[in-house]
Design a protein around this ligand. Structure first.
Ligand SMILES: Nc1nc2c(c(=O)[nH]1)N[C@H]1C(S)=C(S)[C@@H](COP(=O)(O)OP(=O)(O)OC[C@H]3O[C@@H](n4cnc5c(N)ncnc54)[C@H](O)[C@@H]3O)O[C@H]1N2
Ligand code: MOO
Length: 404
């Protein structure tokens, strides 16, 4: 059976990063930048006032006190028309360019204006050069890199791109992902299950995980364990960039997902990975003539298995598609907070709670009834990895932990 690392490698070898598209900054949120940008101007473009008040030469106020002659008022968006000589000042608004000869701004709160004489009396603490102002190009010089390729665009990157002259950007957008739950036992969450039935929790949970990964879910409801219904819904699901199926991938007589996917032309890349939970995971690719390929995951139906497999493998595929430089999940080393006995017949990703103590991650594996126990995930904020075997791990030991 494949190891988890081999499965990661097959996913990275199979999923091609999406073709970059040009879009406006209004459309680029949660896309990944495909080409790095540089600034087309200095930031700030001029020596800039950071307070409303008076632009002064600090040498005119050795003790923070002086009466100065007012030359003009400079508003944000205008330019000064006079440079300051000894004993002179100009009133200035936040965001306006400082006049030549000024090297500081005194806040209006420390100034008394005499309108008749066009003077201002300043009484403040000693004024150091640079007070309440930002020097031209002190944040960024023209031509300097702003955002690197491979960066996820969040509100702050979007703002920085606008400021530095990149109103349109080249990006890779998140995939559209079909979700298809399978199983005769499933009823929608708003129904009360009858004998033998359970609620379809995986569909909404996958929808939520997709949104959390910044991708776009397309829920398709429930397919019954019957070839006609399943193949019709698989066809609909294969129209998007990814298709996630839940359930029907192990060894039961009604586990029809792998054979129906292959009947639809999907090529299997792997089936079964040596991990717990999630062993029956299925992954394949559909090459399409006039479109980029569709990537298909058959996730195990047990809710915890589905959740863990999404987090490890589907998220990696999404990140590869979007052009992240490091798509695989990176574990942290966390200290085991208490002794823990692991009994896995496979490498086990055990639900865990991670807390921070003086900057150090401390991990506590949680009590769980296994991969059907969805309730136990509610207090988890990650999984801790334990190798195959029946072994006691002592408190204090460092273990690989994946944060959610
Ligand atoms: N003989 C074998 N049996 C099983 C094996 C095996 O290797 N040999 N693997 C086991 C493992 S491990 C897992 S995990 C499960 C996965 O099974 P399937 O992916 O085929 O899923 P189902 O059998 O359809 O369902 C399993 C379980 O999950 C519940 N389920 C299914 N869909 C949903 C949903 N949308 N929402 C909530 N719960 C769902 C379903 O009712 C079952 O209880 O197979 C083992 N068996
Ligand atoms: O591996 Mo299954 O995913 O144990 O429940």
């Amino acid at each position: 059976m494949l190891t988890v690392q081999e499965a990661f490698q097959l996913i990275l070898d199979t999923v091609k990063p999406a073709a970059p598209v040009q879009c406006s900054l209004f459309e680029a949120t949660h896309c990944v930048l495909a080409e790095g940008t540089v600034s087309d101007l200095n930031v700030p473009p001029f020596d800039k006032a950071l307070m409303d008040g008076f632009a002064v030469s600090s040498s005119d106020l050795p003790e923070g006190k002086a009466t100065l002659n007012i030359l003009e008022t400079i508003f944000a968006g205008s330019v000064p028309t006079h440079s300051l000589q000894v004993g002179q000042t100009s009133q200035i608004m936040t965001g306006a360019p400082l006049p030549e000869g000024a090297d500081a701004v005194v806040q209006i709160e420390h100034c008394q204006i005499n309108e008749e004489q066009q003077t201002v009396q300043i009484e403040t603490s000693p004024v150091a050069p640079g007070k309440n102002m930002l020097h031209r190009a002190s944040v960024l010089e023209i031509g300097a890199p702003v955002i690197e390729a491979g960066t996820l665009l969040r509100p702050q990157e979007i703002g920085a791109l606008a400021e530095t002259g990149s109103p349109r950007v080249s990006v890779r957008c998140p995939p559209r992902i079909s979700i298809l739950a399978t199983g005769d036992e499933l009823v929608p969450p708003e129904e009360t299950p009858r004998a033998g039935q359970i609620r379809n929790s995986n569909e909404v949970m996958l929808n939520s995980q997709i949104l959390q990964s910044h991708a776009r879910p397309v829920p398709l409801g429930i397919a019954r364990d019957e070839r006609t219904d399943l193949s019709k819904k698989i066809q609909a699901g294969l129209k998007n960039d990814f298709l996630l199926l839940s359930g029907g991938v192990s060894a039961g007589t009604l586990d029809l997902v792998p054979s129906e996917l292959e009947a639809a032309g999907v090529k299997q890349v792997f089936h079964k990975v040596n991990l717990k939970p999630g062993k029956p995971l299925w992954f394949g690719i559909l090459e399409r003539e006039e479109q980029s390929p569709c990537y298909i995951f058959g996730l195990p139906g047990n809710p915890v298995s589905s959740m863990v497999c999404f987090d490890l493998f589907v998220r990696t595929a999404i990140r590869q598609f979007m052009g992240f430089p490091s798509p695989k999940p990176a574990p942290i080393q966390a200290r085991l907070g208490a002794d823990f006995h692991s009994r896995g017949d496979r490498p086990t990703y055990h639900l865990a709670q991670v807390e921070w103590e003086s900057g150090e991650a401390v991990v506590t594996p949680l009590k769980t009834m296994g991969s059907a126990d969805l309730r136990s995930t509610v207090t988890a904020n990650g999984v801790a990895l334990f190798p195959t075997g029946n072994q006691l791990y002592q408190s204090g030991l460092k273990v690989d932990t994946f944060l959610w």
